[in-house]
Design a protein around this ligand. Structure first.
Ligand code: GLU
Length: 308
């Protein structure tokens, strides 16, 4: 049987400029795609209007260009994908996997326990068959564990019902949930491999459950160690991680390469030379632990990572 073509992607949320943490995800996914003779696509995840900073998407794309990234085909924007998300929701509803929920955040804070990523929805509205218009739509998670082999983190197992609960596919204000949007878009873009920060490891079992429910192809995952600041916090737009310098790509690229376990020669002078070297130096098949990784893996929850 022919192996499907390798298609990777980088999917930034335009809530600020590209920072070092996102450069790592961009670089690793890019190098892995190139080293495997694959394609690399870019998607702007602007599905959640309040999180979007005007101009940030263009700025991210501009930075990627200045850094020498080359992507395949047009950039996908989640803000233009409502029709596809609606169709996926309709399909899940037809399968009886969606229900309306009117629980307030306050009620949840009082009644729900914490799971691997926020509160575990206690299922209050699951059996009520509500028809309220102004309601969130939740996905009825399957019973049993979702298990997958992550190319970096190893075997990951998650019992969605106890560790996560039924999650939101569309908020009461109409905004589609990240998990739904990502799954629909990855399938539409034909993504075969996802390499991203380990902060998203807890999302993957939910995405796999949605793929399975929608009958979409499965994807190979690799979750990278997350860059932490000196206080041990994740570099993110929220913690105001500084933007990487558009005028000086090479030092940032070399630093990112070092973080990813590569050893860039000091005399690499230009961008073309850097990328040519980096693609050749990237291990074409990720082995675990990724050879040369000097940063600790970020293990989010001991229950999530069954095999360490
Ligand atoms: N949009 C997410 C972020 O910027 C990444 C989503 C993904 O890679 O699946 O953190």
């Amino acid at each position: 049987m022919a192996t499907p073509p390798y298609r990777g992607r980088f999917a930034p949320t335009p809530s600020g400029p590209l920072h070092f943490g996102s450069l790592l995800a961009a670089m690793a996914s890019y190098l892995d795609a190139r080293a495997n003779g694959g394609e690399w696509l870019v998607r702007i995840e602007d599905v959640d209007p309040p999180r979007i900073v005007p101009g940030a998407a263009d700025r991210i794309l501009h930075t990627l260009e200045l850094y020498g990234f080359q992507w395949h085909g047009p950039v996908m924007y989640q803000s233009r994908r409502g029709v596809a998300y609606r169709a996926a929701l309709a399909e899940l509803s037809r399968l009886g996997l969606v229900y309306r929920c009117v629980c307030s955040r306050k009620a949840l804070l009082e009644n729900a326990r914490r799971g691997v990523d926020g509160l575990v929805y206690p299922g209050v509205c699951r059996a009520l068959n509500l028809e309220t218009r102004q309601a969130a739509l939740r996905f009825r998670v399957p019973a049993g564990r979702v298990i997958f082999a992550d190319a970096i983190q190893g075997r990951v197992a998650c019992d969605l019902a106890t560790e996560c609960g039924d999650f939101v596919l569309q908020r009461a204000d109409g905004v589609y949930g990240y998990q739904l949007a990502v799954v629909v878009d990855d399938a539409e873009q034909g993504i075969s491999h996802i390499m991203r920060g380990a902060d998203l490891l807890t999302s993957t079992p939910r995405q796999i459950a949605l793929q399975q429910a929608l009958g979409l192809p499965s994807i190979r995952y690799a979750h990278l160690p997350v860059a932490l600041d000196r206080h041990g916090d994740k570099l993110s737009k929220q913690t105001l991680a500084t933007a990487i310098d558009d005028r000086q790509p090479l030092p940032a690229l070399k630093m990112a390469a070092r973080f990813l376990g590569l050893a860039p020669p000091v005399d690499l002078a230009g961008l073309d030379e850097f990328w040519h070297w980096a693609v050749a130096a990237w291990p074409s098949r990720l082995v675990r632990p990724l050879r040369g990784y000097r940063q600790p893996l970020v293990i989010l929850d001991i229950k999530m990572v069954a095999n360490g």
